[in-house]
Design a protein around this ligand. Structure first.
Ligand SMILES: Nc1ncnc2c1ncn2[C@@H]1O[C@H](COP(=O)(O)OP(=O)(O)OP(=O)(O)O)[C@@H](O)[C@H]1O
Ligand SMILES: [Mg+2]
Length: 1037
């Protein structure tokens, strides 16, 4: 424990859900690492010393300096945000134009707005609990989406009817009849546990229905027999309830007659199949997809892990399962994806399904997502979330006793469990779901799982595996002029396939000794090609080199579109464009790595997807991001930065080859030098690396924060309960490999001690089994997802901040939310520091001095003088970053800020993303501590500003998933100024009006905007309902 403690006390600053993955974590899926620390890993070669030790900042590399080996977009999250009533009213005012009498008469709702209440409900303030009840029951019964469900799939319908009726009936009855006897009678009769993991289809349907009727009758009778000494209001209410029951029974009769032939598409209405065909162009499911959907364990709602090669079509199965949960079981679903960009892509892609099938699609990524989520009476929600947001969501649902609302959780890229601190967050989330909810089904999918058995044991899941790949993948290796086909079954692994015959001049041979030009020109410009390079710089150099030797004909291919792309790139940089991109885009080439701004990246991805760009040079980042397949994938070398590539990385990269529906075959070519030949052979044949729990990474940081949250969420209040919980983790499954020096029992004891020492929990000693409780600081820490290693520092900084908070500008607040883990990456340029410092106002300079950075210090440093006095370098560097952010907030331009501070634009982008996430963490942290009350309003506003960092008028448009600043500007200038404008736009007109906006994107933007408006309106409606609802515990007269 001492060892653990010492490490904790070091000044290392790192956020719990660090935005930027460490190099270790890239590899870690499955990776061993070389740093010191994890005492637990000795016996586990694959997992040795994965922890990043808490080294001091000075030893860390500086800045933009974002080294090649750390090429990540920081495309993931922390926690958020904002569900205040006022904020929602604001939203509604801004976006509710659509529902105002002038925009659309209340009695004529737009049919497209499927999420809106029926016409009567539009008069929201008139809404009373009375007629709502019967409506809710009938709604549940006569559901449009069940029109074509087949008799064979009837059990879904049955479950839905039973659950919906029982739950609605009971709830509504409770509200309208505050009569305890009646309520209990109904309770006893009707509320038997409705959910069991392995619910089986009921066999005698008519009987079930009869018994439902009986129950209702009996309930009516008990209503009638309720105590007579009740008020007149209660009598009247009971009459209303009786009437409701009548209506419900009639509705049930109708449905039972009608619902005989429904659910032909895996239990779903044909409409779903049609939509998949219309929106995805998929007419038929692959055989494996059908088999998987029909598996017993899927039907019976047991947990499942399915594993297929990349591009195998795993997502569609997940989506059908989620639709089933939402439509048939009427339960919410949670879809966990690893990156913000993937979440946005999915939200956009599923919004149309939601509108057509009448469920909500809610985005939980970046600054999006409500905590706790809106409780919906009439609709189900599909939450699409990043790893970090999913964890916060699950915590929130546990806290509000609503976890059972989520019927299904799907985890994409399940191998992320092995991915450093983010993997630990996945594990915590899943372990909590497994422990707290018996009714929630968990399904995980992945293409690269080495030790599926361990994961099965952890998730208590069954396994489905197939090696199906719709487009065959041919793997090749290039050595000198020869191309060899990879065949792991052959002894030599490699079989000569052909010899390259491209004519090289001597200068070309010198510039391109690996014959990349020969390899790419076999493919482009008609087909697409990805060239994976080991570093960011290499990406740019390789792209430049290729262009140099491309014929002018390449310039003519899609010339107009490329010109439009260049214009957009320039516009996105407020008139500035990267000189490399300017040179290579006309040839149809671009590079793709974390040095791009989010907007550039999006523009490049879209252009590639639509064939405007035919070749991307990229780092391994691209393999993990959104789906950008290619006819040919080339690996420039078997290295990622300076490390030899891992099998799982290799698989992800080559897996991009072959576009479903376009190519009949996909090819990958790994360029090898003779010296790497033998290593490469084992790379090509080795099994994928194993996936290990990361709870013990960084000296058990994960397990420590897990235990804190278990105590905070009341999941465990004693050491024994903590241990009980831990016995259900992946760490426990792998205890023998990972906990060598101390077993889990000892680890949990040590953690409890440490949490107590840090003042995060209290341990009552007066009972035999001491009771564990979180302190206020502990609660704030886990609620804010703040890294335990610096929660004290944060508390101290915020406390100091309160003494003389400078509110003349945002600088002081920005300083307080500048992420600690970015500080180590910043090495100030002292001349720039001084120049910018002088430009600060007197109040800002005073505040800077107060946090420990006087002008004299910066001036001395700029003059190259040695500074004798020991300055607090953390504060000095943090303030520098705060000034960068402050400048960015003022001119909202990543490019000019990058230039002003001589920093890489990708670094500025990462700083901004990281700060907005940390700002929301700090907000949640302060919300739990009364002394920080003034921060709540201030940080809410600042989070908003940092999240969007654009002119205020563009923010509503940027709320739509994937709409970035340049697109928002285009839309705004074209007259689409609010969400309501977008929601009501005609996609064809939009595509014609907006430069370079493809029809598919226009459709998705409109659908997402509609979904968002619906969601906001429904949230307000729910709030109104809550406000008008009679309290359940209203004292009887
Ligand atoms: N039945 C089908 N018919 C035709 N195309 C399909 C079918 N199912 C999926 N696809 C398409 O195949 C492509 C790859 O599918 P998907 O993204 O689900 O792959 P994946 O298995 O998740 O791969 P990865 O591991 O790389 O994420 C997508 O474009 C998807 O639309
Ligand atoms: Mg996938």
């Amino acid at each position: 424990m001492d060892k653990m403690n010492t490490k904790w006390q070091d000044t290392k600053v790192k956020r719990a859900h660090s935005k930027k993955r460490t190099r270790d974590s890239i590899e870690s899926h499955q990776t061993p690492a070389k740093k010191g620390g994890s005492a637990s890993s000795k016996n586990c070669p694959d997992n040795t010393e994965r922890g990043t030790s808490f080294g001091g900042m000075a030893s860390l590399k500086a800045v933009e300096y974002c080294s090649d080996s750390e090429d990540f977009f920081g495309d993931y999250d922390s926690i958020l945000n904002d569900s205040s009533f006022l904020a929602k009213l604001d939203d509604a005012e801004q976006n509710g134009v659509h529902y105002s009498p002038s925009a659309a008469p209340l009695d004529q709702p737009d049919p497209n707005f499927t999420a809106l209440p029926s016409s009567g409900d539009n008069h929201c303030l008139k809404l009373s609990t009375d007629n709502k009840h019967s409506e809710a029951i009938v709604d549940g019964l006569i559901d449009e989406s069940f029109k074509d469900i087949e008799a064979t799939q009837f059990h879904f319908q049955e479950e839905v009817l039973e659950n919906a009726k029982q739950i609605h009936w009971l709830k509504e009855n409770k509200i309208s009849t505050p009569c305890k006897v009646t309520e209990r009678a109904i309770n006893d009769e009707m509320v038997k546990p409705a959910e069991h993991k392995s619910e089986r289809p009921t066999t005698s349907i008519p009987q079930e229905r009869r018994s439902m009727k009986d129950q209702l009758k009996r309930a009516m009778i008990s209503n009638a027999a309720a105590p007579s000494c009740v008020s007149r209001t209660i009598v009247l209410k009971e009459a209303v309830v009786a009437e409701e029951i009548n209506v419900a029974m009639q509705a049930m009769e109708t449905v039972s007659l009608k619902a005989t032939d429904i659910g032909p598409f895996f239990g779903l209405p044909t409409k779903v199949k049609d939509l998949i065909c219309k929106l995805r162009g998929i007419n038929n499911l692959y055989d494996w997809q059908k088999t998987c959907l029909n598996l017993d364990c899927v039907q019976e709602r047991r947990n499942l892990i399915y594993s297929l090669p990349t591009s195998g079509g795993k997502t569609l199965v997940a989506e059908i399962l989620m639709f089933r949960e939402l439509l048939c079981r009427k339960k919410d679903s949670l879809f966990i994806l690893p990156y913000i960009s993937l979440v946005q892509e999915k939200v956009r892609g599923l919004a149309s399904f939601g509108l057509e099938l009448d469920f909500m699609v809610e985005e939980y990524a970046g600054s999006k997502g409500r905590f706790p989520p809106v409780k919906r009476r009439s609709k189900r929600s599909l939450y699409i979330a990043t790893i970090e947001k999913a964890h916060s969501l699950v915590n929130c649902l546990i806290e509000t006793n609503r976890l059972d609302d989520i019927g299904l959780v799907i985890v994409d890229e399940l191998h992320m469990l092995g991915d450093g601190s983010r993997g630990a967050v996945v594990e915590m989330t899943l372990a909590k779901i497994l422990y707290v909810s018996t009714a929630t089904q968990i399904i995980g999918m992945s293409a690269t799982l080495g030790n599926i058995k361990d994961l099965q044991k952890f998730l208590k899941a069954e396994n489905y595996t197939s090696d199906y790949r719709p487009v065959q993948l041919r793997e090749y290796v290039k050595l000198k002029d020869s191309i060899y086909e990879v065949d792991p079954n052959e002894e030599e692994v490699l079989r000569l396939s052909r010899v390259l015959s491209f004519k090289y001049s001597s200068s070309m041979q010198k510039m391109d000794p690996d014959h990349l030009i020969a390899l790419v020109t076999e493919i482009i410009p008609t087909n697409s090609c990805l060239v994976f390079c080991s570093t960011k710089k290499n990406c740019e150099n390789v792209a430049g080199m290729i262009c140099k030797y491309l014929k002018d004909e390449f310039l003519l291919h899609k010339e107009k579109e490329k010109a439009a792309l260049l214009k957009e790139l320039r516009d996105s940089g407020n008139g500035t464009i990267c000189p490399v991109l300017q040179k290579i885009v006309p040839y149809g080439l671009a590079y793709h790595h974390s040095g791009l701004t989010s907007e550039e990246r999006k523009l490049v991805e879209e252009a590639y997807m639509h064939g405007v760009l035919c070749l991307l040079t990229c780092t391994s980042t691209l393999a993990a991001g959104i789906n950008l397949p290619a006819r040919r994938v080339i690996l420039r070398s078997p290295y990622v930065a300076t490390e030899f590539i891992k099998r799982s990385q290799y698989k992800q990269m080559v897996g991009r080859a072959g576009r479903a529906g376009i190519d009949s075959v996909g090819e990958s070519i790994l360029i090898l030098q003779e010296k790497d030949k033998s290593l490469a052979k084992s790379l090509l044949c080795a099994p994928v690396e194993k996936c290990y729990s990361n709870l013990m990474q960084d000296n058990g940081k994960g397990v420590l924060s897990l235990i804190l949250s278990l105590i905070g969420l009341n999941i465990a209040s004693s050491l024994e309960q903590v241990r009980d919980f831990l016995s259900g983790t992946l760490l426990c499954v792998q205890e023998r490999q990972l906990c060598v020096e101390r077993d889990l029992r000892e680890i949990s004891k040590d953690c409890v001690e440490l949490l107590k020492e840090k003042g995060l929990i209290t341990v009552s000693r007066d009972t035999q089994d001491p009771i564990l409780q979180v302190t206020k600081l502990g609660r704030a820490t886990y609620k804010g997802a703040v890294d335990l290693s610096y929660c004290d520092m944060l508390y101290e900084d915020l406390s100091k901040g309160l003494d003389g908070l400078m509110l003349h500008s945002y600088l002081h607040l920005v300083y307080l939310v500048t992420p600690y883990d970015m500080i180590s990456q910043c090495k100030p340029d002292w001349m720039i520091y001084l120049r910018q410092f002088i430009l600060l106002s007197a109040a800002e300079q005073k505040m800077s001095a107060a946090v420990g950075v006087p002008e004299s210090f910066v001036a001395r440093k700029a003059a190259g003088q040695t500074v004798r006095k020991n300055a607090n370098m953390v504060a000095v560097r943090r303030l520098y970053l705060a000034i960068v952010l402050f400048s960015l907030l003022n001119d909202t331009n990543v490019w000019s800020t990058a230039e002003k501070f001589q920093l890489n634009r990708g670094f500025i982008q990462a700083l901004l993303n990281s700060s907005s996430a940390f700002c929301s963490c700090v907000l949640h942290f302060t919300e739990e501590l009364e002394e920080f009350w003034p921060f709540k309003t201030l940080l809410t506003e600042l989070t908003h500003r940092l999240s969007y960092c654009v002119q205020a008028e563009l923010i509503p448009l940027m709320e739509v998933a994937g709409v970035m600043k340049f697109r928002a500007k285009q839309l705004y200038n074209a007259g689409y100024k609010t969400l309501a404008h977008l929601a009501n736009a005609d996609p064809s007109v939009l595509a014609k009006t907006i430069d370079n906006l493809y029809k598919k994107q226009a459709n998705q933007i409109v659908a997402s905007a509609k979904m968002l408006v619906n969601e906001k309106a429904a949230a307000l409606q729910e709030e109104v309902n809550d406000l008008l609802m009679m309290p359940k515990d209203l004292p009887l007269p």
